[in-house]
Design a binder for this molecule. Structure first.
Ligand code: BDR
Ligand code: CA
Length: 313
């Protein structure tokens, strides 16, 4: 079977980096048409830089990387240096990238690619705030029906929030964008905190990455060493959640995940619950389902896949 064509929209972020590495390690299954950077964990200049550092770490400097929106659609940018460090990719000592950032705007790249490829053959993989994807849908509403699937990391139901008591970071940063995406009509699969908080890099799992002994294995171990300190201190959890790699793992092995096809709406107005994903998990409304909202992951299977693929780079 031909590799599935994907665009990774991202704000690296150590967990974004691992998601990108997993995709680039899997060319037989995933054809990464391009990586589009968005402002999120850190400002755009850094996410565009970090995305290229990760491609070079993977030995894939030919990957097309574009910079997109430098701020959310309607509000000021909120960043997460408290989790990811000043650069967004603190931990390993990676060289500055030498591969180019592509000319042109990430949003135009998303639009042009969806128009140029046969209908429903391109999957979008947002790993950060949904600004670039929403801007593309606003600028070119015709692309919505051309999207094969949107598989995104964002939101929460049972785990509620990680940046406010009610909201997950990616949705909170740009709820207006999230609302546009969740209403666009394309098939959507969501990896919320309910799933990603089960994909914890325990000490033993991180040692497995380190003992790969490769530059990639060692860098991944150093990245998770860095950002797990935050989760251990804050939640007392056994290691850091690998949020964003759930997206690329799903594309490779969907049976690792289970969830429900339900209605998900985005709160954009309330000061208290702004960015909340109001997920009708119990199907208590008659609102039409618009997303496959995952709830569980086979964590051992996920880490086995990740380790096996990272070893290929
Ligand atoms: C999400 O927010 C970011 O900090 C991570 O990269 C992930 O995409 C988790 O809430
Ligand atoms: Ca991210």
């Amino acid at each position: 079977m031909a590799a599935r064509k994907i665009i990774i929209d991202t704000d690296p972020g150590q967990d974004d980096a691992v998601a990108i590495l997993l995709a680039l390690a899997s060319p037989a299954e995933l054809d990464v048409l391009g990586i589009t950077a968005v402002a999120g964990n850190v400002p755009l200049e850094l996410t565009a830089r970090n995305a290229r550092m990760v491609c070079e770490l993977a030995g894939k400097p030919e990957t097309l990387v574009f910079a997109g929106c430098d701020r959310p659609l309607a509000h000021d940018l909120v960043t997460a240096e408290h989790v990811h460090g000043k650069t967004g990719l603190d931990g390993p000592d990676l060289p500055e990238p030498t591969m180019p950032l592509q000319d042109g705007d990430a949003v135009d790249f998303i639009i042009d690619t969806l128009r140029a490829q046969p209908e429903k053959t391109v999957t979008l993989c947002p790993l950060g705030p949904l600004t670039n994807i929403a801007a593309a849908l606003q600028r070119a509403p015709d692309i919505a029906v051309r999207i094969q699937e949107i598989v995104l990391m964002g939101g929460a139901y049972f785990e509620v929030g990680n940046i406010t008591p009610a909201a997950e970071f990616n949705i909170y940063v740009d709820p207006e964008a999230a609302e546009i995406v969740f209403k666009c009509g394309a098939p959507i699969t969501v990896m919320p905190l309910d799933v990603t908080h089960k994909a914890l890099v325990t000490t033993a799992r991180n040692e497995t990455f380190r003992t790969l002994g490769t530059p990639v294995g060692i860098a991944v171990a150093q990245m998770t060493d860095f950002f797990e300190r935050f989760d251990r201190e804050k939640y007392g959890s056994d290691g850091a959640p690998l949020h964003d790699p759930c997206v690329t793992a799903y594309l490779l092995q969907p049976d690792l995940f289970s969830g429900r096809f339900i209605n998900v709406e985005i709160e954009t107005r309330s000061d208290l619950t702004r960015g909340m994903t109001v997920a009708d998990w119990w199907r208590v409304t008659d609102r039409a389902p618009n997303a496959m909202f995952m709830g569980d992951v086979d964590a051992d299977g996920f880490f086995a896949l990740l380790t096996e693929r990272l070893a290929r780079l």
